[in-house]
Structure formats: C-alpha cells, structure tokens
Design a protein around this ligand. Structure first.
Ligand code: PGA
Length: 250
C-alpha cells in the first residue's frame, strides 16, 4: 500500500492569532489543488482556534505543538486532548527536541502524551533525533530506535500504523545544515525496521515517517525520492506561505 505523504509546518513560538490567520489564508489558494499530500499547520496554542476556523473548507489540517496526558486538573500551563479536539485540532507534534532539551520532556512523558492524544482521536507526530555529539560518536541509530520504542510503548500494532514519526537530527534544526538525503533515508529506514521488529510488517509498512531539519523548497523533491521518507516536518520555511506551498506541492 502506498503511503500518502504528510508535510507539516511547525510554526513553533511564532505568529500571533492575526498573523497565523493571515498566513493560513494566504496558503489556502496556493495548495487548494493538492490532494496528494496531507497538509498540516501547527500554530502556537493561542492561534489554534483562529487558524482552525480560518482554514475551514480547505484541505489544510491543524496540529498542536504539545498535549498533556490527563483530561483535566491541576496542571498549570498544560492543555488536554479534549481541549484541542474541541477546536478542530487533528494532529499534535510531540517530543520535539526543543521540548526535550529546553523543557525537560522525557521519553516516558512523550509516550503518555502520545497515548492520550491518540485516544482522543488526534494523530501524534512523534519527534526523535540525535544530537551532534551522538552522531559523531556513531550511536545515532541506537539512540533514535530507543526513542521510537519508548514513544510507541503500549500502542497496539493496528494503532502504530496510524501514527507519524518525525526524524529530526538536532544538528540540522534551524541551522541551515540539512542532513544528506542518504543520512535521512538511513535513519528513516532504521525507524521502519525498528517498528517492524516490534509491531510487525503491516504497521511498519503503513506508519508514516517524516524527515525534519532545514527542509526547503529546493530540497524537498530529492528528499521525497527516498523510499522510507514519507514527508517532512518543516520549521522556518513553513512561516512563509510561498515557501511552504512550494514544499507541499513538491
Ligand atoms: P527547521 O525546523 O525546518 O527550521 O530546521 C524543523 C523543526 O524543528 O521541526
């Protein structure tokens, strides 16, 4: 079965409500004829509802940048999955390296968040990736496989096949330093093999694996030629409608 590509724009802590609504309105006509890619934009929390309203009737989906595992309660600063589905959120980026590095998110927490999101009908986009230090030591495949196994713990094979994994080498995020196509393919293939070993071939054949890290209009075509790369998680280049549309319309 051919996997449908999925390309998501991670806006990070950028764009007010007004700017986010303007960006998505600019994007809608540029991607309206694209039915070959699942297109997702991930605004900051305050802009989720506005962007979700503004994209209604289009082929653009909305993702959040995090979700908490509890339904409600004393968790200052957190948002539950039901609060996200209420405003039309269908995807959620989880375990981004910025969350792990700056806010102490753990593999266990990412797993709990992913399970809560999935249970509420939100598709998790689970991020993994190694630091430059681990890459240079040569331990990157083990590191990424470990993160993936931890994040998927407790999911059933028929659930795993619906998830999205984003491989983002930390040294390539926001640095302009993209991994080579071979480097991206090597790790995405290893992720798929890791999924196959733990959850079976069907789950491995259907789970979608993105590459992320300085993806640009100029690099997306070759990236998408890699057999195990099913899409991209795009940071900087998703903040301009023209660039992001060129990426999704690759
Ligand atoms: P970048 O960010 O495209 O700006 O490198 C990617 C990401 O962090 O998801």
């Amino acid at each position: 079965m051919a996997r449908k590509p999925i390309i998501a724009g991670n806006w990070k802590m950028n764009n007010t409500i007004a700017a986010g609504v303007e960006l998505v309105k600019e994007l809608i006509p540029l991607v309206k004829d694209n039915d070959k890619v699942d297109i997702v934009v991930c605004p900051t929390s305050t802009a989720l509802a506005g962007v979700s309203e503004a994209k209604k009737g289009s082929n653009i989906h909305v993702g959040a940048q995090n979700v908490h595992w509890e339904k409600s309660g004393a968790f200052t600063g957190e948002i539950s999955a039901d609060m996200l589905t209420e405003i039309g959120v269908e995807y959620c980026v989880l375990g981004h390296s910025e969350r792990r590095d700056y806010f102490g998110e753990t593999d266990e927490g990412v797993n709990k968040r992913a399970r809560a999101a999935f249970a509420a009908g939100i598709t998790p986009i689970i991020c993994c990736g190694e630091s430059l230090e681990i890459r240079e030591k040569g331990a990157y495949l083990e590191k990424v496989a470990y993160q993936v196994k931890m994040a998927l713990d407790g999911f059933k094979p028929e659930e795993v096949e619906k998830l999205v994994i984003a491989y983002e080498p930390i040294w390539a995020i926001g640095t302009g330093k993209t991994a080579t196509f071979d480097q991206a393919e090597e790790v995405c293939k290893h992720i798929r093999e890791t999924v196959a070993a733990a959850y079976g071939q069907k789950a491995a054949d259907e789970i979608r694996i993105q590459y992320g890290g300085s993806v640009k209009p100029a690099t997306i075509k070759d990236l998408m030629q890699q057999p195990n790369v099913d899409g991209a998680l795009v940071g900087g280049a998703s903040l301009k409608a023209k660039d992001f549309s060129e990426i999704v319309n690759f």
